[in-house]
Write a protein that binds this ligand. Structure first.
Ligand SMILES: [Zn+2]
Length: 130
């Protein structure tokens, strides 16, 4: 590997990202045309760069159906049972509704399904009033 090769390969990441100054860019592309070693490295760099941008691409939304399945799980009797069991002990306290609300808020914060917890809390409170 020549000194120029090292120089070129050091610039390849910027070259791949197209952030290299024009003159350097020209030199790198000229060298790439006649140096198989650097061509191979360039192909590798480009591969890594595409892989990384695919990984860091826009994926702000959770996968399709994840939210639905979470809400479904929360609506299952199991979840309501788990919320209601400790609540039964709290009912004997002075402020059952508040205890249940705090309990559900804690459970919701822990599981990250605030809405489902809130809905369950409404259900529990309705059951207590009856
Ligand atoms: Zn080279």
């Amino acid at each position: 590997m020549t000194r120029i090769c090292r120089e070129v390969q050091a610039n390849l990441p910027s070259y791949v990202e197209k952030s290299l100054p024009l003159l350097r860019r020209r030199l790198v592309s000229l060298h790439l045309r006649r140096c198989p070693d650097c061509q191979a490295d360039f192909a590798r760099q480009r591969h890594v760069s595409t892989g990384l941008s695919a990984l860091s691409g826009p994926r702000e939304e959770p996968p399709d159906g994840l939210l639905d399945s979470l809400l479904d799980q929360a609506a299952q009797p199991g979840m309501k049972g788990r919320v209601a069991v400790p609540a039964r002990g709290a009912v004997s306290g002075a402020r059952p509704a508040l205890s249940v609300a705090l309990l559900v808020a804690g459970a919701a914060a822990g599981t990250g399904i605030g809405y489902a917890g809130w809905t369950a809390a409404r259900g529990v409170r309705r059951r207590i009033r009856r």
